[in-house]
Design a protein. Sequence first.
Length: 123
Amino acid sequence: MHQGIEDFDMPAPDAVRQAADALRMLADPTRLNILWALMQGETSVACLADLAGTSPTAASQHLSKLRLAGLVSNRREGTFIYYALADDHIGELVRQALSHADHRTGHANHPGRDAGGRRSPAG
């Protein structure tokens, strides 16, 4: 059936596997909270733990998995480690997932955000 569709194309198996691995990393509420916080900018483990409502140890374990998956990057400054999103695509993926969840549940958008998850002018 698909042979008759002009320019029909499927992604490479390796790309599909990598995308599935990334999505699997997002399938955790704590990780989604951590990634949402990182969308605001680089921050420390302690701050991310507070924002995600978890312990620094748990946040560090989640961040380690996210780093190994290539979703976050880190840098050391003295005894502190600061984390950031690996790239803007990760933030867009999180924003879309949360927007989809808001749409499905009928909940209002995040405070200070428009329907696309961007900061609203008044927010």
